[in-house]
Write a protein that binds this ligand. Sequence first.
Ligand SMILES: Cc1ncc(COP(=O)(O)O)c(C=O)c1O
Length: 397
Amino acid sequence: MTASMPHVMNTYGRLPFALSHGQGCRVWDTDGKAYLDGLGGIAVNTVGHNHPRLVPALQEQIAKLIHCSNYYENPLQEQLATLLCELSGLSSAFFCSTGLEANEGAIKIARKYGHDKGIERPEIIVYEKAFHGRSIATLSATGNTKVQQGFGPLVEGFVRVPLNDIAAVREVAASNPNVVAVFLETIQGEGGINPSRWDYLRELRQLCDTQDWLLMLDEVQCGLGRTGKWFAHQWAGIVPDVMPLAKGLGSGVPVGAIVVGDKAKDVFGPGNHGTTFGGNPLAMRAGIETLQIMIDDGLLENAATVGGALRAALQSELGGLAGFKEIRGQGLMLGIELDRPCGVLLGRAAEAGLLLSVTADSVIRLVPPLIITMAEAQEIVAILVPLVKAFLAESAP
Ligand SMILES: Cc1ncc(COP(=O)(O)O)c(C=O)c1O
């Protein structure tokens, strides 16, 4: 497929097939081969494929109005913002289209928050192994030299610390008066499914309060029900000041949001930020319908129950095998870490009829649609476990 696409820029290592259509948690390629979707377009297809409620709602919206500019009032934006604020305990939302845009906006909010306090060169604490996107500012905040390689000079104003080490953050607090915010993924996704400890998040919340910093939690991948709560940080019982969202919010229609609390809601004023597509009626309808379906169909409970069972089954099949390290994550955001690079499993799983990804070289990632059933989770185990066992038996670390 890659060789036959000479006009598409060569930025992805692609598998040699194209998907044609889907139904529920299953997709088919153009040759008619079926795959169980353990990836959900990388944590995007929240309600699966061809959902009987989402599709007619989007069709109706397309016939009414796809796009209008942000020059006018937009009741659908108001409706989605209200829902997101009710679910998160936050107070205001800005809409964009992608995760990097939401994060770029969050970085701008942090800088302006600093400038408004008289800090001329604001700095943001960011994390080793973090991933926040591919724009110049978000790749500068990202903690992965492979992503940054070749794109210098990077954006300044970031101080990097290791995850789950509160002493490291306290050290920065003691020595750097220019810090204005702490910015992290509640559960790191691309970095290998690395959860923040809940007690660490609570300590960060306290520190941000005493330092008058913004706590900014990137929930682009781990948010929106995937962990079994609306937002992953809710497991820690805290509320952030700024929360970028995207991926699962529109079930495949590009929708991003920066949801903020009282401390950040008045930082931007007219003229400070904007985007042409952000918040258009089609995107807003996708977001509203996605959240309503999640509520009506109990998809948070499903994520917690099926995710818990999937994890337990994988642990009991793989635990103790030479080469298996551990399973990390929460709900339907799971990473299986092996002791060696295992990118080859991506193609082998696809051949066997399962879509997944490998991240951070040696972590098999499962982020399926939140509608996945217990039987489909068992099917994932039945396909994946023999592949992992065979791979570990044949390859030396
Ligand atoms: C945590 C996190 N933030 C930001 C992004 C960037 O999102 P997008 O690809 O929509 O720009 C990603 C994408 O993988 C992500 O996982």
